[in-house]
Design a protein around this ligand. Sequence first.
Ligand code: NAG
Ligand code: NAG
Ligand code: NAG
Ligand code: NAG
Ligand code: NAG
Length: 746
Amino acid sequence: WRSPNFYKKHGKRSPFIPRSSTLRKTSAEIVSEARQSLRVQSTQRPFTPRDGPRQLFGKSSVHADCNNRPPSTFSLHAQNFDAPDSRPGSGTRLSPLNHNPKFPVPCDAEDTFKAFPKPPADPLEVKRGLAGARARLLRVGSLTTLPPVVGHTDGKSGKNIVASLDEWQKLGSSEGLVDRLCDLCDCLHGTLSEADMLGRRCKKRSGILRTLFHLIDLNSAQLNLYIAKLCLALCVHGNNLLNICKLIFQISRSENNDIFFQTNSIVDSLLDVLSHEDVSTSGEALLYCVGTLKFLSGNSAILRLLLDKNCIGVAQKLLQRLHTVEETHFTVAGHILVQLTATLRNLADHPDSRPLFVSFSVLPELCLVLRHHHKDQDICTNISRIYRCLTHTSICKLSSYSECKSPIVLPQDLVVRLLFTLGNFTAKSDEARQQLFQCEGCLDTLFLVYGTYQRRDTSQHTPLQKDASSPRKPAASPMSMQQDDDVLVKLVRVLANMCIHSTVGPAVASNTTCIELLMETIELRSVQESEELLVNVAATINNLSFYQEESSAVRHNELTIAKLLLKLVLSSSMDAMLEATRVYGNLSQSKDVRDFIMQNKVHQFVVMLLDSKSTEMCFSACGVLTNLAQDPPNRVSLALEGAATNLVDSLRDFGPDDWQLAGQICQALWNLIGGGSEKLLDTKESSSLLQILTAYIDEKEALKWIENENTRDFHRASWELEFKPVAQKLMKVLQPVDLAAWHTGT
Ligand SMILES: *[C@@H]1O[C@H](CO)[C@@H](O)[C@H](O)[C@H]1NC(C)=O
Ligand SMILES: *[C@@H]1O[C@H](CO)[C@@H](O)[C@H](O)[C@H]1NC(C)=O
Ligand SMILES: *[C@@H]1O[C@H](CO)[C@@H](O)[C@H](O)[C@H]1NC(C)=O
Ligand SMILES: *[C@@H]1O[C@H](CO)[C@@H](O)[C@H](O)[C@H]1NC(C)=O
Ligand SMILES: *[C@@H]1O[C@H](CO)[C@@H](O)[C@H](O)[C@H]1NC(C)=O
């Protein structure tokens, strides 16, 4: 309900002028009301809650329920790692390099992140490099005065020629130790890299790894990231890869550790794992890597870093690989996708990311994800949030993507889903309505999709017949037409929602293509088969009729629209009848439309609708009757159909519940009797109307049934402003002349 002030402002209209209404929420009012409330909110971005504690899955996540989901918390110790395989490094197999112009980079993968320097091409140089590396390793050892990290091992955990942890810890405060060990890891990394001994090429690899794994038990987040980086550079695989990824993930769960990720190039290593690891063999490791990126992308400084390091490009490649996983890996792919879409959602927040989303064609990939994982609520939610961020760039560009050359070739369920998302967000945000409208090609694309789906299964692209008064049944198979209708229902909703915007609305209302498409829907579809669609189309036309500009295409086509809507009025669907009657209520302001209604005896139905038990229906019918009764010749016809009797009955039945409707009924009656100039009511009708009005005009009597305080105000306001003035006028002309004279004292 609204405050009485609202009515004061809007209620002062002459009852002579046929109007829809001011109290009932007509579409027009809802439009302006929606606009009011939107104006307040339009500066605010939709708020997307970030997860409180950093978790793989949110509390409400569907993944959170399944028993075998990967955990977010676990403890990791050296003992969890497998003894590193002591396969000889590939250093002994360097000869094939000559035949290969491209030196195989670590992990047999392309080095996209420049984490590793280019190895020398000459095998001799390689050898020299190896020698240099060894020398440097020793130097490193002596520089730090620590026993060399690399050496013979006795194969037992804990103790070897390398100093035990206990001994190391004696070397100084643990702070200083950690720093020195970090340096050491870094040096070792650099040295191995220089000597091209990363990957699996180093003979001492397993010894190095063993030592590194032990150091994990020192439990320093900072050191563990250095260790993890080196382990990844040494291409650990299987269980060790998983554990390293879990280790990194665990560190990233605390925001306090974010700083270490900023200062250490571990992000490169993570992206490298994402680029090269196989979903089927290392799915879980990938999951924890992406989970880490999800957390990190919540930090705006690291977000920027991720963008600079081509995270979007890597994500896009990973998406492609995830599309092709076998059935057995579908679940883990789903888990990964939840993380990945959440990461992309965070990235999408950054304005600089938008062109990247476009240039890497991420959105078509996400379309495919939606297709494969449409049952996964988490993924759908995350993707719809990405769309929400990007829609103005994305949807409009949809037609220009090479993967989806035109939205028409997109799978139908994706089109439905995209339109649904668009419908959702244009329903809520005025800014979104405008953005969507303004982006290039958007309307054209929508119209293209509209026309295509509309005509798809009908025989040979039936051209629109502008003056089709006889609706034709399309020759379509019921199933495919239902699916096409699904697209159209969503699409019409997008159009209707866009039109709520004060500048978009008039532009669309004056676009002939749009109105013709809407009219064509009514022409091509039947109420039995496409009830929802037709109801939506009629409601959209009604909304568009709100814009009464000169250029309004609704106005230019009012007679055609009235003719087309006939089948809705005459249908057996109450919803369709109601919407169509509402449109008639507006279009019947035009003399042509009124003549059409009378000539086709539609007024008989309208009079019958007064009898319906629905106040909404009665209200719409009253609107049409009010307009029809403007023309003196129509009054007699309406009276002959029993309009007056039905109006009086409706007033008696509905009045006390709905003073707005009561007011509308009085207006219709007022027009029907020509403001008192026509004697169309018989004595019986006249006196029963007078009796009702006399009862209702008594404020106490009229409002005594309303118990609730709040609604009482509402009812009082509408009684005062909507009903009373016109009721008084009616009473004046209804009272017997002598009585009226007696009243006024003449
Ligand atoms: C017509 O406008 C109203 C108010 O803006 C809106 O709620 C309604 O959904 C629109 N109609 C359709 C068919 O979308
Ligand atoms: C993505 O989905 C997950 C799981 O439901 C949820 O926890 C997370 O908040 C979502 N992320 C974003 C950015 O919407
Ligand atoms: C659309 O809105 C409905 C209702 O608000 C909501 O349940 C649904 O999840 C939303 N869907 C998308 C894709 O945004
Ligand atoms: C309707 O809008 C579309 C998309 O903006 C435009 O291409 C077309 O020319 C317009 N048609 C008319 C008749 O205004
Ligand atoms: C109906 O017509 C009136 C008068 O031209 C207009 O103000 C109103 O907005 C129109 N549409 C609706 C949906 O009420």
